[in-house]
Ligand binder design. Sequence first.
Ligand code: PSU
Ligand code: MN
Length: 308
Amino acid sequence: MLHIGSEVGAALAAGTPVVALESTIFSELGLPEPANRECFRRVQAAVRAAGAVPALCGVLDGRAVVGANFAEAERLFSGAAKLGARDLAPAVAAGLAVGVTTVSATVTLAAAAGIEVFATGGIGGVHRGAAHSGDVSADLEALACHRVVVVSSGVKAFLDVALTFERLETLGVAVLGWRTDRFPAFYVRDGGPKLTSTVHDGTQVAAAVRAAAALGHPGGILVANPIPHEAELDAGTIAEAVSGAEAAARHDGFSGGDVTPAILAALAESTGAIVPANIALAESNAAVAAEIAAALVHHPEVGAGADH
Ligand code: PSU
Ligand code: MN
């Protein structure tokens, strides 16, 4: 039911650093064609350039795949079924042909496969208006209960960043700013709440992972890496695009798991600079994740990513 690809399996056995990748962001539910494939090409190149092996995750023919090969990746990129953590078991049991995994599902699979580091663009979180809709991404709960380091540029721009940050605290997820003391706001470097921990390299994150394991901390660590300076967008433009995209998704009556893809698609259409910025931050997060994975491998006493 859990299939670990041959390159990833060999890397894990040999102690080569591995970085897990979700597949939703590389499907058309995350980015429009052909930017989705371009994003994957750059993300996996960034992981490899830092000496780590990428492990693209998804569900294919009723198996949860960790480390999709080239042909499997191609199938995932055109996948239309979005799987969160709770959807994994039913999808596998039903023999689903193609399902792309979100952050929550991928973190679950990474933990099951013994992969300690995961990279994405932005995690899901508390949606604006959640007091009414109750829409809170399963990504947060997954971060709280699996010992996996997640590297993201904060949370997606259209969420309620302050409420998401509060929820991370409630859930006990440690948030480390990567060379920043502000929680990044996805397309914009600053703008988020003040952080209590800042790290400057992979070794410092590895030390935090080691401490978390030693102290019995049950869950993961979120490393918040701001979008690269040169790719950063204007906060005003983003605010406007986000309200437009949100209103469009609401008007079209999307609910549940369809909300996020609908807003992402509307955003991508609204402003030309959004997709390149999304790719740039995902690529940067991949490089940071690979550095952390390498630091963990070089400090083996840091402890394996066992679940509680
Ligand atoms: N952020 C992006 N692109 C994406 C996602 C987030 O920039 O494709 C995806 C991730 O897979 C994330 C999911 O886990 O959206 C969250 O969906 P929801 O809000 O339905 O939990
Ligand atoms: Mn949701």
